[in-house]
Design a protein around this ligand. Structure first.
Ligand SMILES: [Zn+2]
Length: 110
């Protein structure tokens, strides 16, 4: 068995990991899992399957770089069209915006 490239202490064993993207379940995939740190590694084949599943669910490419614009005393973050479609946003909805630490903004819908 190979050593773990993440912690250098544990050994890798075959197992299954549940993958998710943006909080959406993508299913279980075969992986090498470290018995010390718990880090998991999927191979190229599983990676391609995960990618295909994410595309199938319309999750692929939803994370996009945007710029923050000034609007009077406030700032405006544009929500890209694909993300708006995925979230079924049309504009005009109410949302709760809050920080999560100092480097993340969460926009809660509904
Ligand atoms: Zn490890």
């Amino acid at each position: 068995m190979a050593g773990c490239p993440a912690c250098g202490k544990g050994e890798l064993h075959r197992g299954k990991v549940r993958e998710q993207m943006f909080g959406v379940d993508l299913g279980e995939y075969p992986a090498e899992i470290c018995d010390s740190c718990g880090e998991s590694f999927v191979d190229q084949k599983a990676m391609r399957k995960i990618e295909a599943r994410a595309k199938e669910l319309g999750l692929w490419g939803l994370a996009k770089k945007v710029s923050i614009a000034k609007s009077g005393n406030s700032l405006v973050v544009r929500i890209p069209a694909e993300l708006a479609r995925f979230l079924k946003l049309k504009g005009g909805e109410d949302a709760l915006v809050r920080p999560e630490g100092r480097e993340k903004i969460v926009v809660e819908l509904g």
